[in-house]
Design a protein around this ligand. Structure first.
Ligand SMILES: *Cc1c(COP(=O)(O)O)cnc(C)c1O
Length: 401
């Protein structure tokens, strides 16, 4: 039996099957490439669901991790540490926000945003206690906690996991008129992804975020953007909302690439009017804001900004989309995306996206299906043009009948 099969068998014996991984066992990675235990090399177009914008094991981020590990790693917020302030100051400056609240995973940051929005609703907007409503979109993905899956429209995310937290109203994505109709006196926030990535790279109509911004301002509703996947350069700007005029949110939720591919780091950013409402004891996390996370997060952000990764993603993303449009395969229904977040929708007759992901795996490309029919391509933003040319060649081979 090959090592790959042995390791997969051993892993599956003892691991809950809440994922269906591709049949590959990685053991090493650097930059845009990963190697499996058989010594085969892959171009990583999964990037841990867009957490590896800076590439695998970026030397500067690794150095920050290692040198911080040699000094101080975990304190809890029972005391101060000398890394959190510098990290959050840089993050707030980059996002033009007053304050940030550090957490670890994306779902925790979304939960934090929900709590803060409700508190703002009661304390500032004057919504009666326990009656706050948050508007969300059909086909959203905001994480896997019980509160969050409770407002998912995906049956599998919900089935067998209820009862759920009340207080959420669901509307169609990309429809500003639906948002206007849904807003009522108890609405405290609109929580939305600038692009619905997990739903299959759904890009809303141009002007959607600007319209949502204006409606939220008019009706005193917090606009909360979940940029956990789209943010930090992925779609060609530091934050995806910057593609539209006047779309800056009241609450910005970040995660994934904020950890630089080495450590879980997430954060909620907002004005002092919103985050300033929290009092000691209202919310917390033992690991959130720890010095190792802060050192890594600061380096992760610096690499994105100083290496101009958003501009790279914009340029290379347009290049990739143009080249993909030359594929002209009858198996492909549509190709869409922004920056280096691209979805290829496979025709149902041709098979599942999973089937094509496995074909691409054999050709040295790591990519993953999302929502049955869509292959997501999200390479590290440090990818080179010739590597994208090679990727398109592999796609042409795998997708041509
Ligand atoms: C990945 C993701 C999350 C959840 O992040 P976790 O770190 O997996 O909890 C939330 N929202 C969006 C848009 C995501 O892509």
């Amino acid at each position: 039996m090959k090592r790959t099969e042995q390791i997969i068998a051993q892993t599956e014996r003892v691991t809950a099957r809440n994922y269906a991984p591709l049949p590959v066992v990685l053991t090493r990675a650097e930059g845009v490439f990963a190697w499996d235990v058989e010594g085969r090399r892959y171009l990583d177009c999964i990037s841990a669901y867009s957490s590896l914008n800076q590439g695998h094991r970026h030397p500067r981020i690794l150095q920050a991790l290692i040198s911080q590990a040699g000094r101080l790693t975990l304190t809890s917020r029972a005391v101060h540490n000398d890394r959190l302030g510098p990290f959050l100051e840089k993050l707030c400056n980059a996002a033009e926000m007053d304050m940030a609240l550090p957490m670890n995973t994306g779902a925790e940051a979304v939960e934090t945003a929900i709590k803060v929005a409700r508190k703002w609703g009661y304390r500032v907007k004057g919504v009666p206690q326990d009656e706050a409503e948050i508007i969300v979109c059909r086909n959203n993905f905001h994480g896997r906690t019980t509160t969050i899956v409770g407002f998912s429209s995906e049956p599998q995310y919900r089935e067998d996991f209820g009862p759920f937290t009340p207080g959420f109203v669901t509307i169609d994505y990309g429809d500003a008129a639906a948002l206007e109709r849904a807003i009522g006196p108890r609405t405290v926030a609109f929580l939305v992804e600038p692009i619905q990535a997990e739903a299959g790279i759904i890009v809303p109509p141009a002007g959607y975020l600007s319209a949502a911004r204006a409606l939220c301002r008019e009706h005193r509703v917090l606009l909360m953007l979940d940029e956990i996947q789209t943010g930090l350069g992925r779609t060609g700007r530091l934050f995806d909302y910057q593609h539209e005029p006047d779309a800056k949110p009241d609450v910005l939720i970040l995660g994934k690439a904020l950890g630089g591919g080495v450590y879980p780091v997430s954060a909620v950013l907002a004005s002092a009017e919103v985050l300033g409402l929290l009092r000691p004891g209202d919310h917390g996390s033992t690991f959130g804001g720890n010095p190792l996370a802060a050192a890594v997060g600061e380096a992760a952000l610096e690499v994105i900004i100083e290496s101009r990764l958003p501009a790279r993603a914009a340029e290379l993303g347009s290049y990739l989309l143009e080249k993909l449009k030359t594929l002209k395969s009858p198996n492909v229904v549509s190709i869409r995306g922004r920056g280096l977040l691209v979805g290829i929708e496979i025709a149902r007759e041709a098979g599942t996206a999973r089937h094509f992901s496995e074909k691409l795996l054999e050709r040295g490309v790591l990519c993953k299906d999302t929502h049955e029919q869509v292959i997501r391509l999200a390479p590290p933003l440090i990818v080179q043009k010739d590597q994208l040319d090679w990727l398109v060649d592999q796609l042409r081979f795998a997708l041509t009948p």
